[in-house]
Design a protein around this ligand. Structure first.
Ligand code: F6R
Length: 612
């Protein structure tokens, strides 16, 4: 995790740019913060455990002077959050400062070697070792850059690194290996950062870096090199120029726009996000190309992590139902289970909002090594997933800042529906008229979402889970898939233990926990009328039964059931998630706020999970 930024500017003081960058990157990690500036040839460092606001207030960073600097917001991996473990880290001489995102796998071995060579290591982090490693290479190198790349080539793992060297007061060094890093190319200023929001207030010209690339920037130029077995080879300026994209969204679009939290804003934004996903993909040739790959596939594997795994389950469900294509859903971090049988002719569909989730990328890489083709579904243009897959479908939901996935989940569902529809069409399972009718129905999803968000808002201020510490969320078929995402939202945002289970399976064990008053939520969908039996079973044991359903779905529930009526979805499984998901998102949000938690920064979580 972690957010990093490095800036060099000719006329400006860079401390306000770093301060703003830290605020923009805080979603990537928020347990400690730090910055370093080169001032009069000396490296000055400020760092502390805590959040960005307190850090900026305490050190008045914006008032500090320096035309070159780096910043870091941390999500701890090696060593607990503390002042000393906060980045930047210095070498023994205090001339080299390093910030880093990722994990150095050969950390223990490097530490031993460095200690044996007399380096004084003061923190528990793997990052500090990088500063000492560069220092160690310096006497054997003809330039700082050589020492930098020699050190980087000794690292094993996933990392994005940004470094300063006091004797080169205009330069910022950087390296990328499996952790995100982008360049912002401005006038009299250049920036390197983990993500675009840290850059766009200063320049809209952004270029991504590839894994294994490193280099340096100053106020005038950026030089990028590729690390090879023989040393480094410069990446041509033309190649970098070709990579430049002009970012056309403003931070204002990603800003809270008056909402108390990003999560709420993003829940409310869902109709627009899903409309953009629909409009941007309905006639997208890549979607049809991806569908044709699925048709030719020997086997289809769908992977994702967290919410994106739940979208993968939905894709698998729609592929079976609409396109009659079997597929195997695999949790990204469990991809080894499938690795043994994946072979040429297979196709993996990887879903990741950020396109940078380590486990998902590793799954794609492993399956590709076995000969599979890969389709990526992501929200982030230029992300690692978009570059490492054979075909990419963009969700186009706009930036999502809240840590919990909300609008990107419903956008992922839209891609899943469109993809399975195109696959069914390509298989000849649907006539042209039927395709058009299904597309027309799908185009109603923004309206359904709008009505669902506004119906859900009625619970704001009511906190229906007051006093609840544990609950079930049950469903069958599509309802089970929705219930998994519902339970995840409640767990991660409201910190209530919410367990999703297939409703039919709940009588094979979980029902033992049910005692009078125990909350059991049901997600009722049109594919599974059998759920009524499961509702009766729970009611008979005195559970507090809550049934969430689209209001046009008939569900017979016993007296005493709390019935949550959501907008009609025409008994259509492609539309039902849009009718019901907002209720659970708002429920998690409302409960978190009522309990005094910050829904935008759930504890122990980060937006982009770039560690194994
Ligand atoms: C939950 C959530 C996470 C992510 C997961 C994968 O609200 O946001 O579970 O879904 O970390 O992230 P992406 O989609 O970026 O691969």
């Amino acid at each position: 995790m972690c957010g990093i930024i490095g800036v060099s500017a000719s006329t400006k003081n860079v401390s306000p740019i770093i301060s703003l960058g830290l605020r923009r990157l805080e979603y990537r990690g928020y347990d400690s913060v730090g910055a370093a500036l080169i001032s009069d040839g000396k490296i000055m460092v400020w760092k502390a455990k805590g959040d960005v606001q307190s850090f900026l207030r305490r050190f008045k960073l914006e008032e500090k002077e320096g035309k070159t600097g780096i910043g870091h917001t941390r999500w701890a991996t090696h060593g607990a959050p503390s002042d000393v473990n906060a980045h930047p880290h210095l070498d023994c001489s205090g001339k080299i400062a390093v910030v880093h995102n990722g994990v150095i796998r050969n950390f223990a071995m490097i530490k031993k070697v460095l200690e044996a060579r007399g380096h004084r290591i003061v923190s528990e982090t793997d990052t500090e070792l990088i500063a000492h490693l560069i220092e160690d290479e310096l006497p054997f190198s003809s330039s700082f850059f050589e020492a930098f790349y020699r050190a980087v080539s000794r690292l094993d793992g996933s990392f994005a690194i940004v470094a300063l060297y006091g004797e080169e007061p205009n330069r910022v060094y950087f390296a990328r290996m499996k952790s995100p890093l982008v360049l912002g190319l401005g006038e009299g200023l250049n920036i390197v950062a983990s993500d675009i929001p840290a850059i766009i207030d200063h320049t809209r010209r952004v270029a991504t870096l590839e894994d294994g690339e490193l280099g340096w920037l100053d106020d005038k130029e950026v030089r990028v090199f590729s690390l090879t077995e023989q040393g480094v080879v410069e990446v041509s300026r033309e190649e970098i120029r070709n990579r430049i994209i002009t970012v056309d969204w403003s931070f204002e679009e990603a800003n809270r726009l008056g909402y108390p939290h990003f999560m709420l804003k993003e829940i409310v934004e869902q109709p627009l996000a899903v409309k953009n996903t629909y409009d941007g993909n309905v006639d997208e040739p890549m979607l049809s190309f991806a569908a044709s790959l699925l048709l030719d596939a020997k086997r289809i594997i769908v992977v994702g992590a967290g919410t994106s795994y739940h979208a993968a389950l939905a894709l698998s469900y729609y592929l079976a139902r609409t396109s009659r294509l079997p597929s195997l859903p695999v949790i990204s971090s469990e991809h080894k289970s499938a690795e043994r049988f994946v072979e040429e002719g297979d196709v993996v569909v990887a879903i990741s909002q950020s396109g940078e989730t380590y486990d998902t990328l590793e799954a794609v890489r492993a399956f590709k090594r076995q000969g599979a083709k890969a389709i990526g579904i992501t929200n982030v243009v230029g992300s690692a997933l978009s570059r490492e897959t054979d075909v990419v479908i963009y969700m186009r939901s706009g930036p999502e800042i809240g840590v919990a996935a909300t609008k990107t989940y419903t956008s992922q569902l839209m891609v899943a529906s469109l993809l399975s529809l195109r696959a069914a069409q390509a298989r000849g399972l649907l006539l042209e008229g039927e395709v058009q009718e299904l597309l027309r129905r799908l185009s109603l999803s923004p309206e359904i979402l709008k009505a669902a968000v506004s119906a859900s808002m009625k619970i704001v201020g009511k906190a229906p889970l007051v006093g609840v510490r544990s609950m079930y969320v049950l469903g069958r078929g599509l309802g089970h898939i929705i219930s998994k995402e519902a339970a995840l939202k409640i767990k991660e945002i409201a910190y209530v233990h919410a367990e999703s289970y297939p409703a039919g399976e709940s009588k094979h064990g979980p029902i033992a926990l049910v005692e009078p008053g125990f909350p059991v939520f049901f997600v009722a969908t049109s594919d599974s009328p059998e759920i009524e039996g499961n509702i009766m079973e729970m009611a008979a044991r005195g559970a507090r039964v809550v049934v969430v359903r689209p209001e046009d779905l008939d569900v017979h529930a016993p007296e005493g059931t709390e019935l949550i009526d959501m907008p009609p979805a025409g008994n259509d499984v492609m539309l039902e998630p849009y009718s019901m998901m907002p209720y659970f998102q708002v429920l998690a949000y409302v409960e978190a706020v009522a309990r005094g938690y910050d829904p935008d920064k759930p504890r122990n979580l980060a937006k982009t999970v770039t560690v194994e």
